[in-house]
Design a protein around this ligand. Sequence first.
Ligand SMILES: NC(=O)c1ccc[n+]([C@@H]2O[C@H](COP(=O)([O-])OP(=O)(O)OC[C@H]3O[C@@H](n4cnc5c(N)ncnc54)[C@H](OP(=O)(O)O)[C@@H]3O)[C@@H](O)[C@H]2O)c1
Length: 350
Amino acid sequence: MNILTTGANGQLGNEIRLLAARDSGSPAGMTNGSLSGLDPESHFLFTDVTEASEESVAMLRKLAGGAPVDTSTRRLDITDLEAIRTLVSEEHIDAIVNCAAFTNVDAAESQPELAELLNAKAPENLAVAMKEVGGLLVHISTDYVFGGDPYNTPCREEQTGTPTGVYGLTKLHGEQAIARVGCKCVILRTAWLYSEFGKNFVRTMLRLTAEKPRLNVVFDQVGTPTYAGNLAAAIFTILARPVPGIYHYSNEGVCSWYDFTKMIAEMADQVRHDCNCHSGLDHRSHSGLDPESHPSRSSCDIQPCHSDEFPSPVKRPAYSVLDKTKVKQTFGLSVPYWTDSLRKCLSALI
Ligand SMILES: NC(=O)c1ccc[n+]([C@@H]2O[C@H](COP(=O)([O-])OP(=O)(O)OC[C@H]3O[C@@H](n4cnc5c(N)ncnc54)[C@H](OP(=O)(O)O)[C@@H]3O)[C@@H](O)[C@H]2O)c1
C-alpha cells in the first residue's frame, strides 16, 4: 500500500513520520513500513507546501531514537488538482492521509476565501484524485464543526454541524465536498490537538508558565486535549482495516483550558523532578533547554478567567467534547486518558 501524507510538516504529519519510522527502515523519499496491522510492504510519501523546519527535523531525529526517520518533503500544494493527480499516478498512491489545512482559527475570520480553498476545495481535490484510482482518503476534521448549540453532552457523528466561525464552517464544507465526490473515505473529527512539533497550546503554555509570574486562562470552555501521536496511531489502525464513514477521535476525559494549563505546569515540574532524580544532575545541565527560560520549578500563579476577558474575532464553543463510541467499537481502539498522553509528550519535550 502506497500512502501519501499531505501537510506532513505539521503537528499530525510529523507524528505520522515518527510512527512510520519506529517500526521500519527508511530509504530516502519513501519509508518502508512494517507497522502493526499495516501491510509490511506499505510505503509512506511525505508532502507539504514548504520544507520541514530545522527544529522539526531535529525533534523527529531525537524522538525516533536512532531509528531512520524520513525527514524528506516532496512539494505538493493540495489546492492544485493536476499536481495531486500527477503524484498519485507517478507514485501509484492507494491512500491519502490529509493532515493539511488552514488551522489558524482566528486568522480564518479575516481570510475566509483562503480558509475555504484549503479546508473545502483542497479536500475535494484529494477526494477526486482518490475516486479516479479507487483509493482511500483519510481526512481530518474538527470538533469546531459543532458549537453553535449549547451542548452539554458529547457530540455524536450524526449530529448536525453548527459551526461558530469561518474555520469550523469551512471544515464542514470540506466534509460535505468529500461526500459529494463519493470516494472511499474516512473522516476523523478531532479536537485540541497538540504534539512535540510546531506551535500548539502545550508548547506555548510550557513557555509562558516558565516566563510569567501570573497567567489568566479561560475556564468556561471545556473540551478534550488530544495528543497527535495517539491520533496518528489511530490512523494507522484505520488504514490497516478501513471502514468508510465519519468518526470522532480525541483523548479520553474532559477539562477546561485552565485545567489543561494547570496540568501542564504541574506535570512539567514532575517530569523535571524525575529527570533530576534519575540523573543526579540539574536537568538544565543535560536537557539542552535554556536555563533562563525553563527554570526547574514553575512559580507561575495560574488563575481561571472568563472568555470575554480575551477579545477574539471568533466565538469558540463552550462545550466541545466528542463522543468516541463509534471509533472505538468499529476499530477496536483503546483511547488513552488525556493526562497520560500529556505526560508522554512533556517527557519528550523536557
Ligand atoms: N490543531 C488543532 O488544535 C486541531 C483541532 C482539531 C482538528 N484539527 C485538524 O487536524 C488536522 C491537522 O492539524 P495540525 O494541527 O497538524 O495542522 P498544522 O500543524 O497547522 O499543519 C498543517 C500543515 O499543512 C500545510 N499546508 C498549508 N497549506 C497547504 C497546501 N495548500 N497544501 C499542502 N499543505 C499545506 C501547512 O504548511 P504551512 O505551515 O506552511 O502553512 C502545515 O505544514 C487539520 O485538518 C486540522 O484542521 C486540528
